[in-house]
Design a protein around this ligand. Structure first.
Ligand SMILES: NC(=O)c1ccc[n+]([C@@H]2O[C@H](COP(=O)([O-])OP(=O)(O)OC[C@H]3O[C@@H](n4cnc5c(N)ncnc54)[C@H](OP(=O)(O)O)[C@@H]3O)[C@@H](O)[C@H]2O)c1
Length: 268
């Protein structure tokens, strides 16, 4: 059985790499695509890939109404992502979310809609295997080491902060425990903001500088010893393609919201 996908953001940096990856698969097909600037064209014309014969629509609503699909893949921008996801769920499709910038409150709303419509939503802040491992190793470390801080590195042009990778990491560590602070934040002397932001129990510091793509680092500290776990991505979108294909294949295996690729993998 071929899995029919509506790919929102199909002409973008991440979405176009995924579209090319889908062409190479033998069990997934892009049946519709979303992009405002290329609406009306076929995806194959825009991406110079004749095998991608589907039409591009300006909105998720139009794409979902024009072609039925099994999975809606969200790879656009945070300002439209939530509304796209809720529209897809109302259209009874499963959803994979790659777009970053949605809050925990947004995900709470999405979870309710997924359960109401009896569909699965798999939200993955970063599809790269080394990030999946960063998350897993950090969760193990947090069980043994009560104090850590997270550093989020990205390009100077990235508008959302923190990255989806770090947002998801902080959310996951909060399920282990909150990181302890020896000096409570309100007792900080000097400029409190230099201590970063408190996000679901972790201190998070975000850097936005030219030369970075996405890197994430968790530093665990204990008396006289320290552990650093770090992921660095290169400049191509290739590391995200394999994880995205896996997410498309697995998202119909549950109902409700799951976050992180490892939620559908056996990493034990
Ligand atoms: N989870 C992961 O592993 C992962 C990996 C890479 C990227 N990301 C995230 O994925 C998202 C996309 O990243 P990107 O680098 O691919 O961005 P990008 O190159 O700017 O591409 C964005 C795509 O979305 C479309 N789009 C943007 N706004 C839209 C709107 N209002 N309505 C319809 N289509 C819209 C764009 O087409 P038009 O402008 O023509 O509409 C384009 O096709 C970001 O949030 C990024 O952080 C996540």
């Amino acid at each position: 059985m071929t899995i029919r996908v509506c790919l929102a953001g199909a002409t973008g940096w991440a979405g176009s790499a995924l579209a090319h990856g889908i062409v190479k698969s033998n069990d997934i097909e892009v049946v519709s695509a979303v992009s405002r600037t290329h609406a009306g064209k076929t995806l194959g014309d825009v991406l110079a890939e004749p095998a991608l014969t589907c039409q591009i629509y300006a909105t998720a609503q139009e794409a979902l109404q024009a072609k039925s699909c099994d999975v809606f893949f969200e790879f656009t921008k945070p300002d439209v992502a939530k509304s796209n996801i809720l529209t897809a769920l109302e259209n009874k499709t499963h959803v994979v979310v790659g777009t970053s910038g949605l809050s925990d409150e947004d995900y709470q709303e999405i979870k309710v809609a997924a359960e109401k419509n009896q569909r699965g939503v798999l939200a993955v802040g970063n599809f790269a295997l080394t990030v999946v491992l960063l998350q897993k190793f950090s969760e193990i470390a947090a069980k043994f080491i009560p104090q850590w801080e997270i550093i989020d590195y990205a390009s100077d042009r990235k508008k959302d902060s923190p990255s989806g990778t770090v947002r998801e990491l902080a959310n996951r560590l909060s399920k282990v425990r909150p990181s302890e602070l020896t000096v409570p934040l309100e007792e900080t002397q000097g400029v409190k903001e230099t201590r970063g932001a408190r996000m679901t129990g972790s201190q998070v510091h975000a850097l936005r500088l030219p030369s970075y793509t996405i890197s994430a680092e968790v530093i665990f500290g204990m008396p006289d010893q320290r552990l650093t776990i770090r992921h660095d991505s290169g400049t191509s979108a290739q590391p995200y393609v394999d994880g995205s294909l896996l997410a498309i294949r697995k998202v119909d295996s549950f109902v409700g919201l799951r976050r992180g690729l490892d939620s559908v993998l056996d990493l034990s």
